[in-house]
Every structure is written in structure tokens, then in C-alpha cells.
Design a protein around this ligand. Structure first.
Ligand SMILES: [Zn+2]
Length: 380
């Protein structure tokens, strides 16, 4: 049966908790929930599934109009479910006040008014304060579903009012199965993508279905052995930023196309005819939003590249310390062995620290090229 939880791969425990909450809903319903889990584990997917289950007369059948409006498409069209996604680097107090106002409105059709915040870790402290009253109002029919990587990413005053749903890193076998059954990926490729994706389902899908994404990954992993001089390091930094840029452009284009098609559908436009005047302003707005997203996407792409590098150096460390764990990059064993032989475990730990420092710098808004240059020099 394909109910609203069908897309939650490898999250049996969390799904069981959510089912139980929906079944016992009439007795007590928490007003605020915090979904945590590593990137790609499906925090928003879980929150939306829960929202659908709460609104559905059948507890989340996945088939009825209400369910379809919440989990059926890319966009939520249910009038009582608000899905807050962020294009910028933080959610400020103004936006939080708007949300708190929206929470006051009575549900139009559904049983609750549900507000899903996909990146609650981006709430500024003042924004979080603005939500507090609304999070704990006992008589309210509003339910808040917040998502963040870990509990500590959300300030304590907010998280102390939430019930927790913790998602885990899905096992490679579960991801491989999903790729084979849902995406029609052939078994060997599915197994490989599931192994190298670090539990990130979205990343696994991209790697399994895009030749270009695989080639960009190969380019990233070819960097460390080449770093033998300052010049090589500076060139590598430029290359890495370039790879992240083309990766984010590919993603941005794909999402842009989808948004445009969606907009066409909403406006009842025909793709093959020129744009009527009334639609031009809408499209201009769409383009501007797209540019804003570009910056964030590029940062995400760089983050993905840094994760790949981290896994590569962890493999090196595993060889150097004779750990028995299987390598993430088994197919690069020769290259990894060679690198491991001419360095030490201590040096490798230092390099893993340098990648972490680069991440911290990027989170503090150091420009990508500068942060990457510093990193590459420490990786020599
Ligand atoms: Zn339903």
C-alpha cells in the first residue's frame, strides 16, 4: 500500500511514532514537533507526511484529495498547510511574525492549520522568540512542524516546547532498493550510489541518474593526490569552486524549469505561445528569486564536494590505521593505498580537521574561493 509514509526510506522507528501519534490524536496532540536528522534523511518529507496524515480522514491514505494536495506534488496546495522553505541564509523576525499571524487563522477545510518550517535551524534568535507564544498556545488548532539537522540547532526555548521525531541515516541497502524500485536504476549502479552517498537519499538519486554529476564527483576526488605545490593548491581551489558552480547551475536549471512549468500551469499558459503581458512581471519575479537561490545552491554544492573529500581522507585513514571498516571509495583502492603509504595517520587527521575548518569558514560567510584556497594549501 502506498500511504503518505511510503517515501520515508529506512525510517521505520520514526514512522511508527508518527502513526501512533495520529492514532491517539484525539486524546492529546502536541502543538509543536521538531524533526531532526542528518541532511538527506528526509526531515521535510517526514513532516509533510505527518501533516497529511493529520489532515486525512483515513489517517494518511496517500490517495484522497487532501493527501494529494500535501504530498502528491512538489508544492503543497492544501489551504491549511503552509510549507515554509527558505531561499536566503536566515529566517528573520519579520517572517516569523507573519507566520505567527498565519497560525492564528482558523483552518479552512482541514482539521488543523499546520505550518511546516523546513529549515528551523535558520531562525534567528529574535525570530524564534516571536514564535514562542504561538508554539505553546493550548487552545490553538495550529500545529508547528519544525525541521533541523540536530536538536541543538534550534534554540532551547523553542526546542523545550517540542516533541521530537528523530530520523536516522538510512542504510545503504534501503537506499539501493529505493533506487532500483522507484528510479529504475540498474542494481550495480544503485549499490554504488547508495554506498558513496553518505546516507543522503537525494544525493544518491542524483549520482545514480546523472552522468555529469558522477563525472564532477570523479574530478573532486582526483584533487588530493595532485596537491604537491602551492601553485597546484591554488589551481585546485579554483577548480573546486568551478565544479561546485556547475553543479549548482545544473540543479538551479532543473528547479527553474520545474517552477516555470508549474507557473505556466497555474496561469493556464501554453508553452508554445509568446508570453502575455500580465505574466511577464510574474516571470521576472521568478527570475530574481532564482538568482537568490543560486548563491545558496552553490554553497550547498561546495558542501557536497567537501563531504566527498572528507570520505576520501577517511578512507585513507582507515588504510593507515588498518581499520577493518569497508572503504566508501572501494573502486579507488589503488589510488588510496598509494596516498596512504606516503603519509601518516596524524597528517591525515590534520587534513580532516582542515576540511572541517573550511566548512566553518563557509558557514561564517567567508567567500568560497578564499575558504577553498586556505583548505587546499593545508591539504598539500
Ligand atoms: Zn488521505
Amino acid at each position: 500500500m502506498s500511504d503518505v509514509y511510503a517515501r520515508l526510506t529506512g525510517q521505520d522507528q520514526a514512522v511508527a511514532l508518527l502513526r501512533k501519534a495520529v492514532a491517539g490524536e484525539r486524546h492529546s496532540m502536541s502543538h509543536a514537533w521538531l524533526f531532526t536528522g542528518p541532511p538527506g534523511s528526509g526531515r521535510s518529507v517526514a513532516a509533510l507526511a505527518f501533516a497529511a496524515a493529520l489532515q486525512c480522514e483515513f489517517g494518511g491514505c496517500g490517495e484522497c484529495k487532501s493527501c494529494q494536495e500535501i504530498v502528491g506534488e512538489e508544492h503543497v496546495t492544501h489551504p491549511d498547510v503552509m510549507w515554509v522553505k527558505t531561499d536566503t541564509l536566515s529566517i528573520g523576525v519579520e517572517r516569523a511574525r507573519e507566520l505567527a499571524m498565519a497560525a492564528q487563522q482558523r483552518p479552512v477545510m482541514g482539521r488543523y492549520r499546520i505550518i511546516v518550517i523546513s529549515e528551523a535551524d535558520l531562525l534567528t534568535d529574535r525570530a524564534a522568540d516571536a514564535l514562542l507564544k504561538s508554539l505553546e498556545e493550548p487552545a490553538s488548532r495550529c500545529i508547528w512542524l519544525l525541521c533541523a539537522p540536530t536538536k541543538s540547532d534550534v534554540i532551547v526555548t523553542v526546542r523545550s516546547r517540542c516533541r521530537f521525531i528523530e530520523l536516522v541515516l538510512p542504510a545503504p541497502a534501503a537506499i539501493a532498493q529505493l533506487l532500483r524500485e522507484r528510479e529504475g536504476v540498474e542494481p550495480q549502479l544503485a549499490a554504488w550510489a547508495a554506498r558513496v552517498c553518505g546516507g543522503h537519499i537525494g544525493r544518491a538519486k542524483v549520482l545514480a541518474t546523472s552522468e555529469e554529476a558522477r563525472s564532477r564527483r570523479t574530478q573532486v576526488l582526483a584533487i588530493p593526490p595532485r596537491l604537491d605545490s602551492l601553485l597546484a593548491a591554488l589551481e585546485a581551489a579554483e577548480a573546486l569552486v568551478g565544479i561546485a558552480k556547475s553543479d549548482s547551475e545544473a540543479q538551479s536549471k532543473q528547479e527553474g524549469d520545474k517552477r516555470e512549468r508549474n507557473m505556466n500551469r497555474l496561469l493556464g499558459l501554453d508553452d508554445s505561445k509568446p508570453l502575455p503581458r500580465f505574466a511577464q512581471a510574474q516571470f521576472k519575479h521568478l527570475e530574481e528569486q532564482q538568482k537568490l537561490r543560486g548563491k545558496r545552491l552553490q554553497r550547498n554544492s561546495l558542501d557536497v564536494a567537501l563531504t566527498e573529500l572528507t570520505n576520501w581522507f577517511r578512507d585513507v585513514l582507515a588504510i593507515q590505521t588498518d581499520a577493518k571498516a569497508p572503504l566508501v571509495n572501494q573502486e579507488l583502492q589503488g589510488q588510496l593505498d598509494e596516498y596512504a603509504a606516503r603519509s601518516t595517520a596524524n597528517a591525515t587527521i590534520g587534513k580532516l580537521d582542515a576540511i572541517l575548518a573550511c566548512r566553518t569558514a563557509l558557514a561564517q560567510n567567508v567567500t568560497p574561493l578564499l575558504a577553498t584556497q586556505a583548505l587546499m594549501i593545508s591539504l598539500i
